[in-house]
Design a protein around this ligand. Structure first.
Ligand code: SAH
Ligand code: SF4
Ligand code: F3S
Length: 439
């Protein structure tokens, strides 16, 4: 039996893809190894979003090459799609380069790999990988899973590689998604996170072959009896329609959390980024969402130091953050990506200024995050237990996606159970508490 080791970089969709690759290989007799040194085949499932992410791949391959000449090396994911044959030129020990739309071919290609035969599969094939990678057979026992419902992007923000690496926007049918959800639920999954690069642009066929939006799909999924929680990520502000906003009010299993990337608070920057929304239009959406569900947690992505960003532009981002008051957020300094329009813009911002701004912005976001978490002090939150933490306590997520830690008093609860936890301490990244008895 061959052993595979998969290292996953980047976003949740890569985590989903890696799981599906492992599942399809295990059907063919492969087993997953937890250590790279025990494996026969190594798959790097890569991310191209920022320079650092891509460079990490090359250093990982370099390190592996020093230690082993016998392993088969596969580069999958967004670096594979973006750099294709260049990867083999730069790293001749790589045996297969395979883009995100071709994963169904991995199973057939692995037996053909020997150091003389190298393959590059980066076309966008006509058949969908989803039709071929059918059944879910989860390898790990856990109560939560990702489910890709939409892939690719047609928005072409000027900083972003995703439209090039994932291709144009594609939505799976509601029928296909429900089937996969059922397969996952049969294996004990009770929380699903629906994934897409623009998940709220979902426009797949519904059960009557008419176009459904994300809210329609969520209504259908909420009918599955054993599904207890639903989430979705990641969104574009312009696709945040009223149906979806009201779904947060009307559907009990839809969790009160929305990741709504804004990138910048400056309309001038937003225009140069080709975002097609303004600070005001974004704030209007936030207001509508909060009117629909008051306690919702809002999170976002920010880019600082986009070409041409002045102190004044940056202040507009700070002012937007103060107006929204985020529960959580991710922030990055702008990284020029080859092939994207903004990489060629003049007025690139010097690194030290980017770092200064990032530091300032992250300080503010951290403050907001801790304040958000403190709102939950001395309240009881419902936690879906995901795993045992390193210190022996149990941990899982609150409805608002906070990590919560607590002691399993009397060892009564298991992974996959819900715990009612009374919160007695709150930090930036987590809540701590104890189980409330008799509930
Ligand atoms: N589809 C999502 C984002 C996908 S990429 C959206 O529309 O928001 C995830 C995040 O990475 C982006 O939101 C952005 O904040 C960041 N990002 C993308 N390209 C980047 C670049 N060139 N430099 C720095 N951050 C980048
Ligand atoms: Fe990238 Fe998101 Fe913009 Fe698409 S909408 S180009 S994925 S940042
Ligand atoms: Fe990275 Fe590709 Fe995801 S570039 S963020 S792995 S879509």
């Amino acid at each position: 039996m061959k052993k595979i080791f998969v290292k996953t970089y980047g976003c949740q969709m890569n985590v989903y893809d890696s799981e599906r690759i492992i599942e399809s290989l295990s059907e063919k007799g492969f087993t997953q190894s937890k250590e790279i040194k025990d494996s026969d085949v190594v798959i790097f499932n890569t991310c191209h979003i920022r320079e650092k992410a891509a460079e990490k791949l090359y250093s990982d391959i370099g390190r592996l090459r020093k230690n082993s000449k016998t392993k088969k090396i596969i580069v999958a994911g967004c670096v594979a799609q973006a750099e294709n044959t260049e990867i083999i030129k730069r790293m001749p020990d790589v045996d297969l380069v395979i883009g995100p739309q071709s994963y169904h071919n991995i199973v057939n290609l692995i037996p053909k790999l020997d150091k003389k035969n190298k393959f590059v599969e980066t076309d966008f094939p006509l058949e969908s990988k989803f039709d071929i990678l059918k059944k879910r057979s989860k390898q790990e026992k856990k109560p939560t899973a990702f489910l890709t419902i939409q892939e690719g992007c047609d928005k072409f923000c000027t900083f972003c590689v995703v439209p090039y690496t994932r291709g144009s926007e594609y939505s799976r049918t509601t029928r296909e998604i429900i089937e996969e959800a059922k397969e996952l639920i049969d294996q004990g999954i009770i929380e699903l996170t629906l994934l897409g690069q623009n998940v709220n642009a979902y426009h797949g066929d519904n059960l009557n072959k008419k176009t459904a939006n994300l809210a329609d799909l969520i209504y259908e999924l909420s009918k599955l009896p054993d599904l207890k929680r639903l989430r979705y990520t990641t969104n574009h502000p312009n696709d945040m329609n009223e149906d979806l906003i009201f779904a947060h009010r009307d559907i009990e299993i839809l969790m009160p959390y929305i990741h709504l990337p804004v990138q910048s608070g400056s309309d001038r920057m937003l225009k140069l980024m080709n975002r097609k929304h303004s600070q005001n239009s974004y704030l209007d959406i936030i207001e509508k969402i909060r009117n629909s569900r008051e306690d919702i947690a809002i999170s976002s992505d920010f880019i600082v130091g986009f070409p041409g960003e002045t102190d004044k532009d940056f202040e507009k981002t700070i002012s937007l953050i103060n107006k929204v008051n985020y529960a959580q957020a991710y922030s990055f300094s702008y990284s020029p990506r080859p092939g994207t329009p903004a990489a060629d813009y003049e007025n690139q911002v010097p690194k030290n200024i980017k770092m200064e701004r990032l530091h300032h912005l992250q300080g503010l976001l951290k403050e907001q995050q801790i304040n958000f978490n403190k709102n939950f002090l001395n309240t009881t939150v419902s936690i879906l237990i995901e795993r045992e933490a390193k210190d022996g306590r149990l941990t899982g997520k609150s409805p608002h996606l906070q990590s919560v830690y607590f002691n399993n008093e009397g060892n009564k609860l298991n992974i996959g159970d819900f715990a009612q936890v009374y919160v007695d301490s709150a930090s930036v990244s987590s809540l701590d508490g104890s189980i409330v008895e008799n509930r």
